[in-house]
Design a protein around this ligand. Structure first.
Ligand SMILES: C[S@@+](CC[C@H](N)C(=O)[O-])C[C@H]1O[C@@H](n2cnc3c(N)ncnc32)[C@H](O)[C@@H]1O
Length: 228
């Protein structure tokens, strides 16, 4: 177990107050959802609200891949609203995937969804998607190797290690005109995010923005064109 610095311990204590401790029924986006313990509490999150606000404005698509589905709010809404015909959703937290499965059944879209416990893309079959999206954990703890709980992983990605794999592996899953995006916010390190994307060959552009206490951004990543 690695010793945590005071600053990191303070940040971890801050998110502990958000932890879902037992199976909980919530209302979000006008529907009822179940959250199993340690699943991201979307009903408290302006980032979750922002994510669906901006995703629902995109062109309808065939195949959607969401990394880090939490209780399945985005994939369920996408299938239910007709934004996508089918979707694959992953989460590193097994309770998130089980919550998403229960919520998909509850909302009648289980047949359109493929839900997987997966560290970023690790368990995703090589399939092509029109949109690859992650409402990602934005908080960075540089030079800290912290043993994070499943709950804490919704907020923290030390060294942006999982983001690096998101960028370096995404191409394999993108359809020819597929789009690659991240939901991010001003609590993260945007400069490092764009640098990480650039190192994997992607240019970053904020395509939607909302102030909500702190700022939320929908960031799109496109192939960096090297000079001729
Ligand atoms: C901010 S929450 C987003 C939840 C939901 N998709 C939403 O938009 O409301 C981030 C999610 O990413 C998941 N996550 C964190 N690290 C991950 C990883 N390495 N692979 C897959 N999922 C991960 C967390 O478990 C959490 O459910």
């Amino acid at each position: 177990m690695v010793q945590k610095s005071e600053e990191v311990s303070g940040k971890l204590a801050e998110v502990e107050s958000w932890r879902v401790q037992e199976a909980t029924e919530i209302s979000f986006l006008g529907l009822d959802w179940i959250l199993l313990p340690d699943v991201y509490p979307v009903q408290r999150s302006s980032a979750s609200l922002f994510a669906w606000e901006v995703l629902q404005e995109l062109e309808p698509m065939d195949n959607f891949l969401e990394i880090g589905i939490g209780p399945g709010n985005n994939v369920v809404m996408a299938a239910k609203s007709g934004l996508c015909r089918r979707a694959t959703g992953t989460d590193i937290n097994p309770n998130a995937v089980e919550s998403a499965r229960l919520n998909a059944e509850r909302h009648g879209v289980a047949d359109s969804l493929n839900l997987l416990v997966s560290d970023v893309f690790d368990s995703v079959d090589e399939e092509k998607f029109d949109l690859v999206f992650w409402n990602s954990p934005p908080v960075l703890e540089v030079n800290e190797t912290v043993d994070l709980s499943n709950h804490e992983r919704s907020f923290f990605d030390p060294g942006y290690e999982a983001h690096i794999r998101y960028f370096t592996q995404a191409r394999r899953y993108l359809a020819e005109s597929g789009r690659l995006m991240i939901g991010f916010c001003s609590r993260g390190n945007y400069e490092l995010l764009t640098r990480t994307a650039a190192e994997a060959g992607f240019a970053s552009e904020v395509i939607a923005k909302r102030p909500a206490g702190h700022e939320h951004w929908l960031v799109e990543f496109t192939e960096l064109v090297s000079p001729a």
